[in-house]
Design a protein around this ligand. Structure first.
Ligand code: GLC
Length: 532
């Protein structure tokens, strides 16, 4: 049996406002993505995941959806989307959309109806509760973006629940009518030909039915953001969510036999590994890939990484396929967390671990978090808790394509500033530089594609000591050794006794490392792939 396409895949996340502007308004759009498909095909990725492109007031930049079955005019039209899908498929690139089922925009007609009166048939589509005895919110739940998660509605005299912004009311997923409507949304896009979804905050969908207070978080510190004041024990990760995830999977699977093969579901779930694993599905299949965010928070030290990888691998349920990611539109960029030198090593790690890899746009350029002057801050996450610098604008800045005006991103002033180093850190320039991180990404992707051992092979740890992390990947007779120097000093690594004749496939640095008969000399910040 051949592995499904998504197991060996590398998926590229596009933040559509910031990828490429096609209509000259300073914001990215579908036409822009279409212009850059050749770049993506050349890079060697298998699929793109596009953050939300649906009609939206854009209070949370598209994660506040006012119509699940259309395209926001800022991004284009349904016809533009169909065209993009066809162009992508023509290049062998699959397309995943971002599905945002937990909450809608407060401008969604469903919510407009729901808040119209207590008797409205859609009242129960959202989470309405009476005030507490003192008139305050029904419980102590805190919004992920700070402040109470309850908003008072004067007209109907009740509170509604919003895990995020007040403009993002949570849907009532215990209501079968909500479930049916949302499952129809999935079918709408599957019927159009999309290859899958990244599902936003999947673990949030169901809340404890009696809405008990959440326990206080003993480790809370104000700098963490107010959401950490309480533990989200009753507001997230409830047992009933799994039947819903399984239903979503059944819908995806019902399309598997038609057309181009499996449709993929990736769940956004921030939970400890043991709980994360439940989202593969215990009674029925759920997510193909519950997002594994551990590398984003990892301590960059060999033993810590090895423990993280081994624990994760060991926790996978039978048949559960791993996945790895270094960044996304919510978290600090890898080049900022680790620095430029280790961003290259991290790229090698990401693309040689066992599992589907998801890249965040711009990471292939070593893009860093771009400091955003206060007056240019746009992200509501930052604006709601000023002073804590929790805003995500720095990781959402325009993709720098070339040395022309506005880095080729737009003919107009971009909606967020470019990276200050864009005259040198841009795609066109870095394609010309053999040692650039962009060219390294190209090579890594090509090697991964050419070696089943990397794409789908077994994983075994060889060494984790100090700054050296080494492991092997095997598939059939193919055996590759990956050795990473996580620090700034040269390191010596003994090669396994049963390896003779190791051949260098790739170093993250220019020039070849020193391979001796029984060992390898790793230069500072060097990662290598050897064929053994
Ligand atoms: C997810 C998204 C994030 C968004 C939030 C609310 O965590 O990744 O960008 O703000 O959900 O939809």
């Amino acid at each position: 049996m051949t592995a499904p396409w998504w197991q060996s895949a590398v998926i590229y996340q596009i933040y559509p406002r910031s990828f490429q502007d096609g209509n000259g308004d300073g914001m990215g759009d579908l036409g822009g993505i279409g212009q850059r498909l050749d770049y993506l095909a050349g890079l060697g990725i298998d699929a793109i995941w596009i953050s939300p492109i649906y009609p939206s007031p854009m209070v949370d930049f598209g994660y506040d959806v006012s119509d699940y079955c259309d395209i926001d005019p800022r991004f284009g039209t349904l016809a533009d989307f169909d065209a993009l899908l066809a162009q992508a498929h023509a290049r062998g690139i699959k397309v995943l959309l971002d599905f945002v089922p937990n909450h809608s925009s407060d401008r969604h007609p469903w919510f407009v109806e729901s808040r119209a009166s207590r008797k409205n048939p859609k009242r129960d589509w959202y989470l309405w509760r009476d005030a507490a005895a003192d008139g305050g919110p029904p419980n102590n739940w805190v919004s992920d973006f700070g402040g109470s998660a309850w908003e008072w509605d004067e007209a109907t005299g009740q509170y509604y629940y919003h895990a995020f912004l007040t403009q993002q009311p949570d849907l009532n997923w215990r209501n079968p009518a909500v479930q049916a409507a949302m499952f129809d949304v999935m079918r709408f896009w599957f019927d159009r030909g999309v290859d899958g979804f990244r599902i936003d905050v999947l673990w949030h969908l169901i809340k404890a039915e009696s809405f008990p207070d959440n326990p206080p978080n003993a480790a809370y510190h104000p700098a963490l953001g107010e959401m950490h004041r309480v533990l989200q024990l009753h507001s997230t990760d409830q047992p009933e969510v799994h039947a819903i995830a399984a239903e979503m999977r059944a819908i995806a699977d019902s399309y598997g036999a038609t057309g181009r093969g499996d449709r993929l579901l990736i769940g956004e779930i921030y939970l400890p590994v043991d709980r994360l694993m439940h989202y593969y599905g215990r009674e029925r299949p759920e997510m193909h890939l519950p997002f594994n965010f551990q590398l984003i928070d990892a301590v960059w030290e060999a033993r810590a990484l090895a423990a993280l990888i081994s624990t994760y691998e060991a926790a996978l349920p039978p048949g559960g396929w791993p996945n790895w990611v270094l960044g996304n539109h919510d978290r600090p960029r890898v080049a900022t967390r680790l620095g430029q030198a280790q961003a290259r090593v991290a790229a090698m790690l990401l693309l040689t671990l066992r599992g589907t890899a998801i890249l965040y746009y711009g990471d292939e350029l070593g893009l860093s978090d771009v400091p955003i002057p206060l007056e240019q801050e746009r992200d509501p996450r930052g604006l709601r808790e000023p002073g804590l610098r929790l805003g995500r604008d720095p990781v959402r800045t325009p993709m720098p394509w070339d040395g022309s005006v506005h880095a080729g991103f737009s003919t107009a002033q971009p909606w967020l500033p470019l990276n200050a180093d864009w005259p040198t850190r841009n795609v066109a320039r870095m394609m010309q530089e053999p040692a650039s991180i962009l060219r390294l990404y190209h090579r890594l992707l090509a090697i991964r594609r050419a070696h089943p051992a990397l794409a789908i092979g077994d994983f075994a740890l060889l060494e984790a000591d100090g700054d050296v992390l080494a492991y092997e990947r095997r598939e059939g007779a193919q055996r590759l050794i990956i050795a990473l120097n996580l620090g700034g000093h040269p390191q010596r690594l003994a090669l396994p006794r049963d390896t003779t004749d190791c051949r260098l496939l790739l170093s993250t640095l220019a020039a070849a490392p020193l391979i001796e008969s029984d060992g390898l000399l790793l230069r500072p910040d060097e990662g290598v792939i050897l064929a053994a």
